[in-house]
Every structure is written in C-alpha cells, then in structure tokens.
Design a protein around this ligand. Structure first.
Ligand code: ZN
Ligand code: ZN
Length: 144
C-alpha cells in the first residue's frame, strides 16, 4: 500500500477495505451497505481531472480521459456490457486529449448520480456513485 493513500479514518471500515481490494463484486454489496456518497466534487479544467471526496473521507482523482473511456451509456459500452461496474479494461486505455475528453459541464442527476457533458456533444452517460467509486483509479481501490 502507498502511505497516505490507504488511510481510511473510520475504524470499522479498515477491515472492509480488505474486500475492496479482493473482489469487485463484493464492492457493490459493501457500498450498498455503507451508503457511500460524495461530500464534494471538484472539476479542474486546467489540469483535466475531477476529484470526488467521499463520506468515508476517501478521495478519488479521475482524469477526464478515464471518465470518458468509462462513459456508462449504452452507446459507449454496448448493451452486452451494461453491468453495474466499470469494464476493467478502461484502466488500461491510453490517455486521450481531444474534444471527446474535454469536460464542459457536470450536472447532478437526482441525489444518486451525475451526467458529464463532453466537448463533442456527448452527454448520455449517467455516472452513479457506486459506479464512480468503483472507477476510482487509486492504488487501494485498484488493489495494486
Ligand atoms: Zn457514452
Ligand atoms: Zn480509491
């Protein structure tokens, strides 16, 4: 584990982090149980990343490129891949800098998700909290 990235200050969450690293299926069940939601979402357009702070004090930093690669809409994923969690392949795709990956706006969808508007006019992906947390590219969440 990388110091500083693995600190989860809520004591009873420490054991459950084990499951976060072991199996992405139990991640969904765990999140349903813990009701993990963002406490803050910041977009940094100059450096092309979005940061989400979660109510367990975890911080996720996503490049715009990763968010676009992981767009959860049916058009991007294909109907056969419409699972509740991101396709693991999105983490391996090369970073892209084009209108497709320029985030122009973020809008809340109820209290459970956000929609991201992209520079090429794409805006169909609904990124719910579970999906976004599973998309966290940090070493702890990726089990690296
Ligand atoms: Zn899409
Ligand atoms: Zn993480």
């Amino acid at each position: 584990m990388v110091p500083g990235k693995s600190q989860i200050p809520i004591p009873n969450l420490a054991n459950q982090t084990f499951y976060l690293m072991q199996c992405r299926c139990s991640l969904k069940k765990l999140m349903d149980k813990l009701k993990i939601t963002p406490t803050g979402i910041q977009v940094n357009r100059d450096e092309s990343f979005m940061t989400i702070t979660w109510n367990d004090d975890h911080k996720s930093k996503y490049s715009f490129s990763l968010l676009r690669h992981a767009c959860p809409c049916a058009e991007c994923r294909g109907h056969e891949n419409m699972g509740p969690l991101p396709d693991p392949g999105v983490f391996d795709r090369p970073s892209e800098d084009s209108p497709r990956t320029h985030l122009t706006d973020v809008e809340a969808v109820g209290s459970y998700a956000i929609t991201i508007y992209w520079g090429d006019g794409h805006q169909y992906g609904i990124y719910n909290w579970n999906y976004l947390r599973a998309l966290c590219p940090c070493d702890v969440c990726r089990g690296i």
